[in-house]
Design a binder for this molecule. Structure first.
Ligand SMILES: [Zn+2]
Length: 132
């Protein structure tokens, strides 16, 4: 067992489930927007080149935003998967208990602070996850 009490684990699971719903809604809305922009561009509704490039820029921005949301959604799904298989709250690298305070701040945390720091030093960036 981890240091988490059943009610703490329940709270974190609720948080993750709620966040998942928010992310899915944001991604759906973003996808609808992007689709709409593409449609407008294809139908020639966007007239002069200035408008066109700002429309493109906006789409890029939306896509970058969506990419972040999709990445977070994957992290949330992995966390919920770990709740199901009972490995939630354990560091993926060293197997120690991830401190409850860290999980409360980052419910999707997969590593203890030490392993995360080392991981970031190797791979860079806070959101980077290994491809395998
Ligand atoms: Zn660790």
């Amino acid at each position: 067992m981890t240091d988490l009490t059943p009610s703490e684990l329940g709270n974190l699971t609720d948080k993750l489930t709620q966040r998942r719903g928010e992310l899915v809604a944001m991604i759906r809305a973003g996808a609808a927007d992007a689709g709409h922009d593409n449609l407008r561009r294809m139908s020639g509704e966007v007239g002069d080149p200035g408008d066109e490039s700002s429309a493109l820029q906006q789409t890029d921005l939306n896509l970058a935003e969506m990419e972040g949301e999709v990445r977070e959604l994957r992290a949330v799904d992995r966390a919920l998967e770990r709740v199901r298989d009972g490995s939630y709250g354990y560091c993926a690298e060293c197997g120690c208990n991830i401190p409850t305070a860290r999980l409360a701040a980052y419910p999707t945390a997969e590593r203890c602070t030490q392993c995360q720091t080392r991981h970031e030093r190797v791979y860079g960036g806070r959101d980077v996850t290994p491809s395998i």
